[in-house]
Design a binder for this molecule. Sequence first.
Ligand SMILES: Cc1ncc(COP(=O)(O)O)c(C=O)c1O
Length: 418
Amino acid sequence: MNASLKKVTRADTEKMDGADPIAHLRDRFTLPEGDIYLDGNSLGALPLGVMERLERAVLKEWGQGLIRSWNDADWYPAPQRAAAAIARLIGAGADEVIVCDSTSVNLFKVLIGALRMRKDRKIIVSEIGNFPTDVYINAEAAKIMGCELRCVMPEEVEQAIEDAGENLAAVQLTHVHYKTGRVYDMAGITKRVQELGGLAIWDLAHSAGALPVDLNACNADFAIGCGYKYLNGGPGAPAFVFVAKRHIEAMNQPLPGWHGHAEPFAFTQTYKPHPGIDRMLTGTASQLATLALETALKVFEDVDMNVLRQKNMALGDLFIALAEQELGGMGFNLASPKDPKARGSQVSLTHENGYAIMQAVIARGVVGDFRAPDILRFGFAAPYVRYVDIWDAVAHIRDVMETTEWKRPEFNERRAVT
Ligand SMILES: Cc1ncc(COP(=O)(O)O)c(C=O)c1O
């Protein structure tokens, strides 16, 4: 740490919590006693009310209401209701977003749909190091549509867009990088892509519920994102898909199922897409999961995303300052941008023994995650992470290093999910 700066103490962080305008949001969650949960970017915490909603849905609506509940308990429009709540967080109209399927499946749907809108163009630009599902789906969509996928380093994306020129069909990028937290300039990139006649597809997995995204202000064409990370929808929660209103009519998605039909209950043999965003639906919604997500989204009902963003930037800055102060000379390096505006709601450190260190830290109740080959990732879900949690987390990391606790054999055994 810079010697001219005052050392940050635990008392300082307690004061920061005292002045936090959204500290009360923590009371909207069930959190395990004693844990410091820094993994809301992988699986958000459990919001109050979700358990009760699921209990009612299972025991009363399913158990007693049975099939009648699709109408009587208003199950059928749950994807649209959840989508309206997400739309508010991502700067979209409620009629441009729908909740369904997984992020991966939704990416396939919008990407093929986008490529079909640019049939004469043959280049897709994406990033080396994009989330694997994005890379696999980009590659497969390119194969299916006879396109070329150009994956380049993040700093080469803008040049790759220029190089594709009139042959640019689509650019597919993840707004906040899952490993480093680096944020792309959504407005600037989208503008240039469109000037060249291409379409921009944004993966908001690490943005929705963490940053004040404004898809329409950026004139984004398409977007997709997860329900289980910062939106707290629960493990495997349904994802969402955004199609800008101007594109809906031309959107010809490749998984046309009966729920995307204009009249699903007419049971006709010919597919006629729904005139609106519902055409992105394929089959029956995972109903319990959709109701859980819908209930979880109530956390955000009265939240100003700008205030939330200020807090997660401050939490990240604090983590970086404390890492410099407490973990110097221990082999850690910062893998995230230092500038909070260039960083999402996470900070990642690299360390050659990252896996074992993270397991040792998790065993102490400080829950982050590990991303191969060497990244220790800490997410700061501002609704429930406190400043004092950051101080305590860094103190535990220092202790794990000083005691060489991480060397214990049980922390060096690889488990299926990291
Ligand atoms: C950036 C990004 N895109 C896509 C996905 C995949 O989402 P899903 O498992 O819902 O398909 C993830 C999952 O972590 C992700 O981080």
